[in-house]
Design a protein around this ligand. Sequence first.
Ligand SMILES: Cc1cc2nc3c(=O)[nH]c(=O)nc-3n(C[C@H](O)[C@H](O)[C@H](O)COP(=O)(O)OP(=O)(O)OC[C@H]3O[C@@H](n4cnc5c(N)ncnc54)[C@H](O)[C@@H]3O)c2cc1C
Length: 453
Amino acid sequence: MPDFDYDLFIIGAGSGGVRAARTAAAAGARVAVAEDRYLGGTCVNVGCVPKKLYSYAAHFHDAFEDASGFGWQLPGAPTLDWATLRDNKSGEIKRLNDIYGRLLDTAGVRLINGRARVVDAHHVEVAGERISAAKILVAVGGWPWVPDFPGSEHTVTSNEVFDLEQFPKRFLVLGGGYIAVEFASIFNGLGSDAHLVYRGELFLRGFDREVREFTRDQMATKGVNLHFETNIERIEPGDGSLMVTLTNGETLEVDAVLSATGRKPHLLGLGLSELGVELNTDGTLKVNERFETSVPSILALGDVTGGPELTPVALAEAMHLVQQHFSDTSARPLDYQNIATAVFCHPNIGTVGVSEEQAREKYGAIRVFRTDFRPMKHTLSGSQERCLMKLIVDDESDVVVGAHMVGEEAGELIQGIAIAVRAGLTKADFDATVGIHPTGAEEFVTMRTPSRT
Ligand SMILES: Cc1cc2nc3c(=O)[nH]c(=O)nc-3n(C[C@H](O)[C@H](O)[C@H](O)COP(=O)(O)OP(=O)(O)OC[C@H]3O[C@@H](n4cnc5c(N)ncnc54)[C@H](O)[C@@H]3O)c2cc1C
C-alpha cells in the first residue's frame, strides 16, 4: 500500500463533509478537509438554519394576531426590525461556524482554508499544497441556478436573501420547489406583500396532490399572491424598485426578486471532468452504493450526488460511507425508503412515505384516511388556518405507506409518525394506539373510516 499523506481527504466542510471527517477520524483514519467558504456548508450558513430562524420570526405575525382572542392586548401594531433579525441570525451562524471548527480540531482533523482541485485519483491541490490521499471525498454540495432572462441579474438567490440590506416591503419569489414556497411564506409572515411566480399549474411537484392544493389555499388565505402558469419575461430596474413583467402580461413592482429556481452540483473547476468521472444525466456525480464514483478512490456524497437534497441524508450518507470504507466494510447500504421531510411554509408540511398518487400506482388497492379541521387554538384566535392530516394504507397488507400533514409544527409531528411508517406498522397498530387529548396529533390514531379507496 503506497504511503499517502492522508487516509481520507475531504473537499467541502458542509453537512456531509464535516460528519464524514469526524466519524472517519474517530475510526482512526488520518483526515484532512478543505473548505473555501464557510464551515457547516449550505445548511448552516445559507440553508436550513437561517431559514428556520426566519420562519420562527415570520410565525410571530400570526401569533400577534391570534393573541387578542385569548385576551392579550398589544400596546400597538407590532413592527419588524429587519436589521435585528438579520444580525442576530448572523451572530448565531458565527457561533455555529466556531463550533464546527472546534469539532474538527478536537477530532484531530486538519482543516485547510482554500478551494481544492482534484489532480488525479489520489492527489488534490489546495492553498498551494499538493496532497496525497488513499481516498478523496467530494462533498462540495450544490449552488443556486438562475435562468437566463432579460434582467435576471437583478434577482438574488438563497445565498444573498438572508442578508438583504433593506427589508423588501414587496417581495417576489420565482420557482415552485420547496425553497420557493418557504420563502414566499416567510416574507409574507415578516410583513412583505409577497408574490410567488411559477410556470407550472401548481407548486411542490412530487408531493401529495391534496397536500399541494391544501397548502395553496392556506397560503392564499394568509395573503401570499400566487401566480401559476406564468413566468418572468423581464425585470427592469425602476426608481429604487424592480418592474417585473410576467409572460401573462401582468406587471408587478417589487423591492426584491428571489430566484429559487433550483440548484446545480458545485463541480466547476474541481478537475473531475478532466479525470473522466462519470455523471448522471442531471449533471450530478454518479456513485454506487459505497459512494464510489467511476474512479473508485474518489468518493462523493450529499447534494453533489443528486439524492434527496437534505441535510439528514448527507449526514446518514457520511456515516454509512465511513462505516463501509473505514470500520465495517460489510455494512449494508443506506436505505433511502421512507425518509421524512418538512416544508417550512406557513402552515408547515410534514410528509413521509408515498403520496396518494404514488400509492395508487404502486399498490393494487389502497385506503385513504383524511381529515381537515380547524385546530382548537383557532376557535378563540379567530384565525382561518386549517389543518390537513392524511394516512395512505396498502389495503392488502394494512401497512401505512404514507402519512402527510399540513398544519402547525407538522415537521415535529411527522418525525414521530415516520418511525411507525419506517417500521412498517399497520393501520390496526395506529388504531390500537390511544391518543393524547386534546391535541391535533390524536387525529392520526382516531381516523376510523376511509375517506376513499
Ligand atoms: C435555502 C435552503 C434551505 C434548505 N433547507 C433545508 C431544510 O430545511 N432541511 C434540510 O434537510 N435541508 C435543507 N436544505 C438542503 C441542505 O442545505 C443540503 O442538503 C445540505 O447542506 C447538503 O450537504 P452537503 O454536505 O452535500 O453540501 P453543503 O452543505 O452544500 O457543503 C458543501 C461545502 O463544500 C464547499 N466547497 C465547494 N466546493 C469546494 C472546493 N472546490 N474546495 C473547498 N470547498 C468547497 C462549500 O463552500 C460548502 O461549504 C436547504 C438548502 C437551501 C439552499
